[in-house]
Write a protein that binds this ligand. Structure first.
Ligand code: KG4
Ligand code: ZN
Length: 334
């Protein structure tokens, strides 16, 4: 079964063609980073206009790259939420229109659920599930226990900022530009992670919730008091504080759930130090670590088309009535 997927929840215009939920025939991502860079963050109005301008050509490129004709597409899927309302509208309505035009079903997909299962793409081996998954992106930070595709429950999530948001804000404080995560990751490689003792909020609490806004404020006060401190040390020490909490809670969650597979997904899961520390923990315990290729961690339509394969077709009228849901959470099925 061939699914055309579309993702426009934030600032990436993406279309992908995926066969049977696993084989990625094309995954085109047109990034708007340069458009938003002067503003230091995503400007919703600009993002939606850009999605509108690009959506047709990105879809055409995906089909051409995949070598697939419209007649061979079995269903069209798109993100309905969470995300920016005006951005989601473009992809969702384009996908509905395309599904109607070719007379094939439309499948709405939850963006967080797509992130959750993205590490299964490209993973080999039997019995990949159950797993405990750490979803860390610009808008979300959560720990999820998944027992089968589509069967999952949230163990905990951030009570304030997302991990990616903290990376972006610290990068801004240091004048590293936008987006901040990759810049902090790069600079941290040259710094000393033990140089500054930033707080590890909620690390030792029994809950699986997170909090990153205090850490961001600590970095701000540190920089005010120590304006000449080495930026690489600030980055490495900040990153270590985030990673300590993320890894500590993920390992404890897997232990409590009795699972031996851990995965990480979302933009922040590309972070080198996070990957290294998760790998070390899994090696020590003989656990399996599922990490998707970087291109599948940040926002992309490949993960949308892949997850849509595992969803059944809703009634045509019901699927076309699905509206964007900017603050949709992860839909829980346990
Ligand atoms: O999943 P994603 O592409 O978009 C959302 O759904 O939010 O995540 C984007 C976030 C941004 O905050 C970005 O700074 C962060 O992921 N990010 C990173 C790295 N690469 C991207 N954070 C830390 N280290 C990285 N290497
Ligand atoms: Zn995302």
């Amino acid at each position: 079964m061939i699914i055309l997927g579309i993702e426009t929840s934030c600032d990436e215009t993406s279309a992908a063609v995926v066969r049977d939920g696993r084989e990625i025939l094309a995954n085109i991502v047109s990034s708007q980073i340069e458009l938003h860079r002067p503003y230091g963050g995503v400007v919703p109005e600009l993002a939606s206009r850009q999605h509108l301008a690009l959506i047709d050509s990105v879809v055409t490129e995906a089909l051409q790259t995949a070598g697939v004709s419209w007649a061979e597409v079995d269903a069209v899927a798109a993100t309905y939420g969470p995300g920016l309302a005006s951005s989601l509208l473009i992809g969702l309505n384009a996908a509905k229109g395309m599904a109607l035009a070719i007379g094939k079903p439309f499948r709405p997909v939850n963006h967080m659920e797509a992130h959750l299962y993205s590490p299964l793409l490209g993973a080999t081996g039997e019995d990949l599930l159950p797993m405990v998954s750490l979803i860390v992106s610009g808008g979300h930070t959560m720990l999820v226990h998944a027992t089968a595709i589509g069967r999952h429950r949230i163990l905990g999530q951030t009570v304030d900022d997302a991990a990616g948001e903290a990376f972006d804000k610290v990068a801004k404080l240091l004048g590293l530009g936008y987006p901040g995560g990759p810049a902090v990751d790069r600079l941290a490689q040259r710094g000393n992670p033990g140089a500054i003792a930033f707080p590890r909020s909620m690390r030792d609490e029994a809950s699986f919730n997170f909090s990153f806004s205090g850490l961001k404020t600590s970095v701000m006060y540190w920089l005010r008091k120590n304006p000449t401190s080495e930026p690489a040390d600030v980055c490495a020490s900040f990153q270590e504080a985030v990673v300590d909490v993320l890894v500590g809670k993920t390992v404890r969650a897997a232990t409590e759930c009795g699972v031996r597979t851990i995965s990480a997904a979302g933009g922040v899961s590309v972070n080198r130090r996070l990957r290294e520390r998760l790998a070390a923990q899994c090696d020590r315990r003989g656990w399996r670590l599922l990490l998707a290729d970087a291109s599948l961690c940040t926002d992309n339509a490949g993960m949308i088309a892949a997850l849509a394969f595992h969803q059944s077709n809703p009634e045509r009228s019901a699927s076309l009535a699905v509206d964007v849901a900017p603050s949709a959470g992860l839909v829980i099925h346990s």
